[in-house]
Write a protein that binds this ligand. Structure first.
Ligand SMILES: Nc1ncnc2c1ncn2[C@@H]1O[C@H](COP(=O)(O)OP(=O)(O)OP(=O)(O)O)[C@@H](O)[C@H]1O
Length: 478
């Protein structure tokens, strides 16, 4: 299929019903053109004032008009007016809610309010995250007549293994987290990232910074677990010359370094109680004093904190100040463990291999991937990355095999039973007896829905080729 940019006539063609409307309105004497009587073709031109891809949808999901940015992403050289939005953006044959996804149009219809939903859309770059904004459009009588849909392309994360170093993921658990990040990033609110080691807290903190109005400012990480009591103040607030023995010059603190940007306090749960009060004062007053300094200094940063600890429990045990906890946890975001993101495993492997020196062009065999699926990954994505680095060095022919994986990972597979990881055998026994081909086809279609129709990812997860998957899916139903 051609990926060339569609011609204007292809984008802005008229549907038959509109053509007759246009005919009636074509004589200015008979039907003066007013905004209310404007054809959807003119609406298409009006949509050009919106920078993002935008379209007007009928109450019945039909694309009535769109701007060039929308066509550039979704048309792929074909006319799209008159088609249904779910066909164009997802390749579905049914509305998103019937395909197991939340449908912003449906929600907009039910609530009468603007809706925003994170979806995975087919784009020229493959499947990508899109923040869909659906606005109700009403006539003079207040009746809902259409929808204005605006697509905010998500830059904070990728749903396919492309270039770059950012967040990658597409599983439900990841998408939930991403939706929260998108909500929090543009505001100044303090975000608290809660997640085990290696779940990507630093990467998420950076994504929040990059999507915030402070993106042009600095992003400063403070590794709180590495700060001794004596270092805490001078590192954070800086010191004046002669403030203590060895302070031979003035030193800028990390708070000053973060001016106009984001201050990321990693492992905030490790800060001793005595230092917590100093941090609290900084956050509450927005001012601080350098060590040995007299004048209060104004701080200007957006705060993002992270911890792998259960901070509320630490508060109950008297190890963490309650007032500080409330200050930093205005917007908590939970980062899922890798084990909760099984669907992302194949995608992460592909993306991380591209980021590892020497990993470009290396692949993982289906058998090795099956081993990973049985492993719990206590070290989460960092452990996966380390394991891939090792695999790249051990494999000679560009294919990582089970023997290139650490023993613990290989043993997880041989030691586990189907009931541990998959559905319980008892549950399977509840299924009605049916021909094996039908069972296979029902299973594949259900998995395909849960993976938002991504056949490539499903084939990789099943360890079969895409062609084989197509064949199995296309098996005639009788
Ligand atoms: N969603 C993701 N997509 C791609 N890479 C990721 C993702 N999440 C984490 N990583 C990678 O995993 C590694 C660990 O991530 P990171 O350092 O952000 O985790 P962390 O939670 O801050 O760990 P710790 O608590 O131990 O400091 C990094 O190499 C990072 O690039």
């Amino acid at each position: 299929m051609s990926k060339s940019f569609p011609s204007e006539s292809a984008i802005f063609h008229k549907s038959t019903s509109e053509a007759s409307q246009d005919k009636a309105a074509s004589s200015p004497a008979k039907a003066p053109r007013q905004a209310r009587g404007a054809s959807f073709v003119e609406l298409g031109a009006l949509l050009e004032v919106i920078e993002q891809p935008a379209s007007i949808l009928s109450l019945d999901y039909e694309i009535l008009a769109c701007n060039a940015a929308y066509a550039a992403i979704y048309a792929e050289g074909e006319a799209i007016l008159g088609r249904r939005c779910y066909q164009v953006t997802h390749g579905y044959q049914m509305p998103c809610d019937q395909a197991g996804e939340s449908c912003p149009l449906k929600r907009c219809q039910e609530t009468g309010q603007r809706q925003r939903v994170l979806h995975l859309h087919n784009t020229p770059l493959g499947q990508e995250h899109v923040d869909v904004e659906m606005n109700p459009v009403r006539n003079a009588a207040g009746e809902l007549v259409a929808y204005l849909e605006i697509m905010h392309l998500v830059k904070e994360a990728r749903a396919s293994a492309g270039e770059g170093q950012g967040l990658v993921g597409r599983s439900a658990a990841f998408n939930q987290m991403l939706a929260l990040i998108r909500r929090a990033a543009p505001a100044e609110i303090s975000v608290l990232l809660l997640g085990e080691s290696g779940t990507g807290k630093e990467l998420v903190a950076r994504a929040i910074h990059d999507a915030s109005p402070r993106a042009r400012g600095p992003f400063v990480t403070v590794e709180c677990s590495g700060l001794s009591e004596s270092l805490f103040e001078s590192e954070l607030f800086g010191h004046e010359r002669g403030a203590f023995t060895g302070a031979i010059g003035r030193k800028k603190g990390l708070v000053e370094a973060a001016r106009g940007g984001t201050l990321f306090l990693d492992e905030i749960g490790e800060i001793p109680l005595a230092q917590q009060v100093k941090l609290l004062r900084l956050i509450e007053t927005g001012t601080y004093r350098t060590v040995g300094g007299i004048e209060p200094q104004h701080a200007d940063f957006r705060l993002v904190c992270a911890t792998h600890r259960h901070l509320q429990q630490q508060v109950e045990q008297g190890l963490f100040r309650q007032d500080l906890y409330y200050r930093i946890s205005a917007f908590p975001v939970y980062l899922p463990r890798l084990a909760e993101r099984q669907e992302d495993l194949a995608l992460l492997v592909e993306a991380l291999l591209k980021r590892i020196p020497g990993g470009e062009g290396v692949r993982m065999s289906a058998a090795a991937l099956a081993c990973l699926r049985h492993y719990a990954f206590p070290g989460n994505i960092r452990e996966l990355r380390n394991l891939l680095e090792r695999g790249v060095l051990l494999s000679d022919d560009g294919l990582i095999q089970p023997e290139h994986l650490p023993d613990a990972v290989r043993e997880a597979k041989s030691g586990s039973s189907f009931t541990e990881q998959g559905p319980a055998l008892n549950d399977l026994a509840q299924l009605p007896l049916m021909p094996l081909e039908e069972l296979e086809s029902a299973y594949l279609n259900a998995q395909l829905l849960s993976m938002q129709g991504d056949k490539r990812a499903l084939a990789a997860a099943l360890g079969i080729s895409e062609r084989t998957l197509y064949r199995k899916l296309q098996r005639p139903k009788n």
